[in-house]
Design a binder for this molecule. Structure first.
Ligand code: PLP
Length: 191
């Protein structure tokens, strides 16, 4: 994850062999992708996404990790000939409104993605909520992953784990880790 980091840092990472880069704000991402301009990189969009930005994100992102509602699936769908990878963001907090689809609605959202042109369902994504033991949150995510795989056996990916909790995420089957500061050092203060 390179949010708030300059394009120069992304270039350094690319020269060291990094190929997957995560951003969480569209305005910042679109500028950075253009500035870095490196065809070796796959860009991952990992954040709150407004439906009116969805088509623009398709232009530069290989994968979106934050598909959390049917209206966003519809906005991301396209027959432009490209295939965008999609993770369903699963809400792992007991408090409603904390982001992510309700785990009970994961299968129906998966069905929507499967029916949408230009999207490929990769799996599920989750963020361990503050105040919850991360291993417990990721165990819940793994259960949801198992249900989604009954809908689509190829949707095996689990995007989970950040600098502070990637060990717990790996223990619960994470396939895609979203590491920021443990690789880059502290983020600059956002401007
Ligand atoms: C920023 C971010 C990360 C990376 O966090 P670090 O603590 O810097 O590793 C992971 N996931 C999401 C959704 C993020 O926004």
């Amino acid at each position: 994850m390179t949010k708030f980091q300059p394009a120069s840092l992304v270039r350094e990472l690319a020269d060291l062999g990094v190929r997957d880069v995560g951003e969480n704000r569209h305005q910042e991402a679109v500028a950075k992708v253009a500035e870095v301009d490196d065809p070796r990189l796959a860009w991952h969009f990992v954040g709150q996404l407004q439906s009116n930005k969805a088509k623009a994100v398709r232009q530069y992102a290989a994968t979106v990790h934050s598909v959390d509602r049917e209206s966003l699936v519809a906005a991301l769908a396209s027959d432009d000939g490209r295939v965008l990878g999609a993770f369903l963001e699963i809400g792992l907090s007991d408090e409603p409104g904390r982001g992510g689809v309700d785990p009970q609605e994961a299968e129906s959202l998966a069905d929507r993605v499967l029916a949408a042109p230009g999207l490929r369902l990769l799996g599920v994504m989750g963020v361990a909520p503050l105040g919850v033991e991360p291993r417990r949150a990721f165990a819940r995510l793994r259960e949801v992953s198992e249900r989604v795989r009954r809908v689509d056996p190829s949707a095996t990916a689990i995007s989970a784990g950040m600098s502070g909790d990637f060990r717990e995420a790996i223990a619960e089957g994470a396939t895609h880790l979203r590491i920021g500061t443990a690789i880059t050092g502290n983020r600059p203060i956002p401007g």
